[in-house]
Design a protein around this ligand. Structure first.
Ligand code: SAM
Length: 279
């Protein structure tokens, strides 16, 4: 697929997911809270700072720091998806934030001046970009000297059964292609050493990476399927392609595969994010 066509498809996919993401905000933010807290703490924004959030989705991480940077500071809440930005704008207004500028920006070619921001945030964005090296180099370019980047990606699939177990079942049943090495995807930056190299090659001098565990609790496999269909573009596309019988067969397999994580009549599926701070 040529890059323009690929970008159009990615934008369409994110637009299709935006409403489900909005409905799932509260649940999503509860699960993501340990990662959000880590990013905010390590970015350590100060009153008056200009902070750029890349691939901000519906803006939730940046909105946590908007009150800290205050009226003399500025949050540039950005994403390449107009659908996500529209929802982020609505949410920012709902929260009464007045120091936020919502912008459509592609992280792989950021339309901002060199050395123009004090900090950059990006939660679960870089691994979904076709050229994360370019996005990290662009991030370095717009960050002033001494400024910090705080971001997260997912660790490897085997440390994230909350998503990889169902993914493997969908692949085995032919509803999802097996992940191609190097293609954008949830786990492509999940190797800590690879990630460190990528960040250093982008021109960052110091990088610290930590594991941050997250827990996804589901009362049943049905609820797992419902939530994943709301949030996950690939999951929902794959799931809706399957017949009722195939869906039942896959749910049974999920029940077996989730058994090691059973607690109190439901499941507690673990996950790990790699959180990084670089300057
Ligand atoms: C998994 S979501 C994360 C959203 C948000 N950061 C969060 O944690 O809730 C990934 C986001 O990356 C955005 N995205 C993907 N590629 C991008 C790019 N090249 N430039 C900017 N945003 C991009 C998508 O539109 C989507 O909103």
């Amino acid at each position: 697929m040529d890059p323009d066509e690929e970008r159009r498809v990615r934008l369409e996919n994110w637009a299709a997911m935006a409403t489900g993401w909005e409905r799932m905000r509260e649940e999503r933010e509860k699960i993501a809270a340990p990662v959000t807290e880590w990013l905010v703490r390590e970015l350590a924004p100060q009153p008056g700072d200009t902070v750029l959030e890349l691939a901000s989705g519906q803006g939730d991480v940046g909105f946590e720091i908007a009150p800290v940077i205050g009226e003399s500071g500025r949050l540039i809440s950005s994403d390449f998806s107009p659908a996500m930005i529209e929802i982020a704008g609505r949410r920012g207004a709902e929260l009464g934030l007045t120091n936020v500028e919502h912008r459509i920006l592609d992280a792989e070619r950021i339309e901002l001046e060199d050395d123009s921001v004090d900090g950059v945030l990006c939660r679960w964005g870089y691994m979904l970009m076709p050229d994360p090296a370019a996005a990290l180099a662009e991030t370095r370019r717009v960050l002033r000297s001494g400024g910090r980047l705080a971001f997260s990606v997912w660790s490897s699939g085997d440390r994230n059964p909350w998503i990889s177990v169902a993914g493997r079942i969908l692949v085995a049943h032919g509803y999802m292609p097996p992940p191609e090495p190097g293609e954008p995807g949830m786990f492509v930056l999940g190797d800590e050493e690879l990630l460190r190299g990528l960040v250093e090659n982008a021109g960052f001098e110091t990088v610290r990476i930590e594991d941050v565990p997250v827990h996804n609790d589901y009362p049943s496999v049905d609820e797992y399927v419902r939530r994943s269909s709301e949030m996950g573009g690939m999951f929902s596309r794959a799931w809706t392609e399957a017949s009722d019988d195939e869906q039942e067969a896959m749910k049974e397999e999920m029940q077996g595969a989730f058994a090691p994580y059973a607690v109190d009549g439901g499941y507690e599926l673990p996950g790990v994010a790699l959180c990084a701070v670089a300057s």
